[in-house]
Every structure is written in structure tokens, then in C-alpha cells.
Design a protein around this ligand. Structure first.
Ligand code: PAF
Length: 255
């Protein structure tokens, strides 16, 4: 497995991959079995597997969230290697955002719901970095989890709007035995918090409507950003022990 730490280094390596199908899994590191599922699928469907690890500062509206975001590079590299990854691109913030780069992708005409409402600048930061990464990696396919459902939709639209040749491949959410959606942020929860966080999935799947799901979570001590229904799914963002967690499930009539 090769690692490239600079854009120049990566571009040189990318030329060597000419003529082969390239699958890409963009990540912010702190990898877990959800990422492993993306890489495994990517391995099965492409000649070359590229992952990126970049904690993208522009998608964090809360500086404390950025500072706290778990960073586990050595373990991440071990996991990626064990899954047969060929290349890991680990750019720096200065490399991705040189002083001269002032342009951003700004979603317009998008209803200010969910993440757009509670994390101003989040989608802008994600779309901007994903476009940069797609241009650098030039993947045949790129793999995104359904857990970040609004992100997945926005990235799919980004690729269509800017005529990217990359196919955006949606991948189902991976859950632990309790139903808790795997997330890098779960590592920040206490063992009790982690057990309690399983209630998010339970409330989304068993409540008759959003208001009762919200009530159930509030009674359990969660702070709620939203429980909403869009695109045939019920989606939630909540806070527990100061950690922000998101999840979504298909609505019963679409399951
Ligand atoms: O889902 C993530 O980990 C990030 O939002 C992504 C797509 C790697 C962009 O920074």
C-alpha cells in the first residue's frame, strides 16, 4: 500500500494508474467497520482502491467539534492495508486549501433543512472538498454511506451538475448488534452513552411519527437538533454526552 502526502506526489502516482478502474473511498479517518464495508465493496468492483484521509476543516461549523474529531492514523492505515487498499491519499489542509483558493461550492435553492439548518456551511464544505478530491483522484466510482444521507444526495447532485465522470455509489449503513449506526463519533461516547445511543435507531424505527420519536429521545436525555422526514426516510440528529450523532431509516412503506 502506498501513501501520498502531497498533491504533487499523488498526481504522479495517479498517472501510473492510467487505463485501470479506480474506486475511491473518501474519509476523515477514525475508521470503523462502516468504512471497512465501503472499502470491501470498492475492492470487489475496481482494479485499484484509493482511500483518502483528510479531516476537512471547512465542513465543521463548530471549532470544538473539529478539535475533538478522533484522529487514529496508524490504526486507519493498518485497517486499510488489511482490506487490500492500494493507495491512501493524506493531504494537508494547506495543500487542499492554498491561500489563493477562495472559491467554494455553495448549494443554492436547497431547502435549509436538517444539516443545512443546524450546521451552516457543512454542505458547502463537503461539496467543495469532494469536488477537489474527485478532480484529484479521478475515480471511476466513489463510495458514500447512506448514514450521511443528506451528504450522499448532495454529492450525487454535485457529480451530475458538474458532469463528473465518477459514478457515486450509495452504500447501506452498517450497525452494531444494538442497532447503533457506526460512526467515528461513537468513540467519543462513554460505554453507557454508547449503550443508550442504540435508542436513536429504535426510536426512528418504532415510533409512529417524528414527534413521538423526538419525545422518546428527549425522555431518554438526548438533546434534539431534528427528527424529520424527507425523501422517503426518517432522519435524526441528536446530542448525547456532548457528541452529535445522526442516523436515518427508510419509512415503513418504503422498507
Ligand atoms: O463523510 C465524510 O467522512 C466526509 O464528509 C467526506 C465525504 C470524506 C468529506 O470530507
Amino acid at each position: 500500500m502506498r501513501t501520498s502526502h502531497s498533491i504533487t506526489e499523488w498526481r504522479k502516482r495517479r498517472q501510473e494508474l492510467h487505463g485501470r478502474t479506480v474506486g475511491f473511498v473518501p474519509t476523515m479517518g477514525a475508521l470503523h467497520s462502516g468504512h471497512a464495508a465501503l472499502v470491501t465493496r470498492c475492492r470487489a468492483e475496481n482494479d485499484i482502491v484509493v482511500a483518502s484521509i483528510f479531516v476537512n476543516p471547512t465542513q465543521f461549523n463548530d471549532p470544538r467539534d473539529l478539535t475533538r474529531y478522533p484522529r487514529t492514523l496508524d490504526q486507519d492505515l493498518q485497517l486499510l492495508e488489511s482490506l487490500g487498499t492500494d493507495d491512501v491519499f493524506i493531504p494537508s489542509a494547506a495543500g487542499m486549501y492554498p491561500d489563493s483558493s477562495a472559491l467554494r461550492i455553495i448549494p443554492s435553492g436547497v431547502a435549509p433543512v436538517m444539516e443545512s439548518r443546524f450546521r451552516p456551511g457543512f454542505l458547502e464544505g463537503v461539496l467543495t472538498v469532494v469536488l477537489k478530491l474527485l478532480n484529484l483522484v479521478q475515480p471511476t466510482r466513489s463510495y458514500f454511506g447512506e448514514k450521511d444521507y443528506q451528504q450522499l444526495r448532495a454529492v450525487t447532485e454535485l457529480a451530475q451538475t458538474f458532469f463528473c465522470t465518477t459514478e457515486v455509489v450509495p452504500c447501506p449503513t452498517v450497525r452494531d448488534a444494538s442497532g447503533l449506526a457506526l460512526s467515528s463519533r461513537n468513540a467519543l461516547l462513554s460505554p453507557e452513552g454508547r449503550a443508550k445511543a442504540a435508542r436513536i435507531f429504535e426510536s426512528l424505527t418504532t415510533s409512529p411519527d417524528c414527534a413521538s420519536a423526538e419525545r422518546m429521545l428527549r425522555n431518554d436525555g438526548f438533546e434534539i437538533d431534528y427528527v424529520e422526514e424527507h425523501w422517503g426516510r426518517r432522519l435524526a440528529a441528536v446530542h448525547l454526552e456532548g457528541v452529535r450523532l445522526i442516523d436515518n431509516v427508510p419509512l415503513p412503506n418504503t422498507r
